[in-house]
Ligand binder design. Structure first.
Ligand SMILES: Cc1ncc(COP(=O)(O)O)c(C=O)c1O
Length: 386
């Protein structure tokens, strides 16, 4: 019998998530409301931040954080090139310039040096991505940024729950962005959260997430609400629904259990690949230090030998035997928009380009069984030999 396909991702949804959604559907209140407030309180406690503002994506969280910092057309924001589209586009929403920075080839994260190399007189902020769920040296980058009066925003889209020296991802910088997108470690289908200790950033984000109308605008259709509201600024439609929040509350309760399951999978990949005949052909991801908790959102391996063509062929062979993989990330400076708009060349930011060309992300999610992990490793060996 042919083996069942192993997709790149399967969300882990259990009876409590289903029950939570049903109870919202039956409650008569579907959009932002009591469930959303409860989810905000739970995230703020889990991350250890004073405020948590629920939104419909991490992209919205990054955008609102920059907006609250008054980033505008004359400003630059340092963004790692090795990231998803969201990090650069939010800078463009505000008319500012994303200045792309290279990464450390081992962790695939920004470093103090790579940030320093991109500092300009107009630099106002740095977006630090915790790639794959392993935190970057955000304290080091903060020290540099503080000395220049620059804000640090953590993109913790991959990093719930992750920590470094006892501090949760998202709680170290001026603000952090969490993602609850379908493939993320805690999911609500689509969703995000801005976490911050800064009252000013939180207040501004609460107003701007719902059309720039007064803080409690979401209450206007409740018994306690009022029909009257004032538009304080031209805001956005970024609020989270109670349907999403109800799923999020359950997912957050399960977050550490799910992280442990992914950690088990990471260990199993490492020992199976490490003891295989092709061990020398695969570079494993960096393991967390004793004072780090890795969220293991991704399991990025690198081919020791061969560039983008060989990598594409291996992905194709894995697909042929029903195994889904992905590539994280196509660096921003290689995309047409960044080349056309800012004149980036493929030879710029060489570490990111080199790592991109040999990276493959293997499946890693709580419901992946040991037998499936073993099948992925066996198929990877076959694909390398083909
Ligand atoms: C590093 C990073 N930042 C931000 C985002 C955007 O998250 P969202 O889809 O919740 O807007 C993603 C999504 O994949 C991501 O990988």
């Amino acid at each position: 019998m042919k083996n069942a396909a192993i997709p790149f991702h399967r969300p882990s949804i259990t009876a409590p998530e289903r029950d939570a959604v049903m109870s919202v559907l039956e409650s008569g209140w579907l959009t932002t409301g009591e469930r959303t407030m409860a989810f905000e309180a739970a995230v703020s406690a889990a991350v250890g931040s004073r405020h948590a503002v629920a939104l419909n994506s991490a992209t919205a969280a990054l955008h609102l954080a920059l907006e609250a910092l008054h980033i505008g057309p004359d400003d630059e924001v340092i963004v790692p090139t090795y990231t998803f589209a969201a990090c650069g586009e939010v800078v463009r929403y505000l008319g500012a310039r994303p200045r792309l920075a290279d990464i450390d080839g081992r962790t695939l994260n920004l470093t103090v040096e790579s940030v320093e190399a991109q500092l300009r007189p107009s630099t106002r902020a740095v977006i630090v991505v915790h790639f794959g769920g392993l935190m970057a040296d955000v304290e080091g980058i903060m020290a540099l940024a503080n000395s220049r009066g620059i804000a640090v925003i953590e993109d913790a889209a991959h990093a719930l729950p992750a920590s470094r020296r006892g501090r949760a991802a998202g709680s170290v910088g001026s603000a952090g962005a969490l993602s609850f997108y379908a493939t993320k470690t805690v999911t609500t289908g689509e969703g995000g959260m801005l976490v911050t200790d800064d009252d000013g950033i939180a207040d501004r984000a609460r107003v701007m997430r719902l059309h720039g109308i007064s803080r409690d605008a979401w209450k206007r259709y409740t018994a306690a609400g009022s029909w009257y509201y004032e538009i304080e600024d031209a805001g956005f439609k970024y609020n989270m629904t109670d349907l999403a929040a109800a799923i999020g509350i359950v997912q957050l309760e399960r977050a550490e259990d799910m992280r442990r399951s992914r950690e088990h999978i990471a260990d199993r990949y490492a020992s199976a690949i490490g003891s295989s005949t092709f061990a020398s052909e695969i570079e494993l991801p960096v393991w967390p230090a004793a004072d780090e908790v890795h969220a293991w959102h991704l399991f990025p391996v690198r081919l020791a030998d061969g560039g983008a063509d060989r990598r594409a062929a291996i992905i194709e062979r894995l697909r042929d035997v029903g195994i889904g993989t992905s590539v994280h990330f196509i660096p921003l400076h290689l995309h047409p928009y960044y080349r056309r708009t800012f004149g980036y060349e493929t030879t710029d930011l060489p570490v990111a380009t080199r790592e991109y060309e040999r990276e493959i992300s293997l499946p890693i999610y709580p419901d992946l069984t040991d037998a499936e992990v073993d099948r992925v490793v066996e198929a990877l060996g076959d694909a390398l030999r083909a």
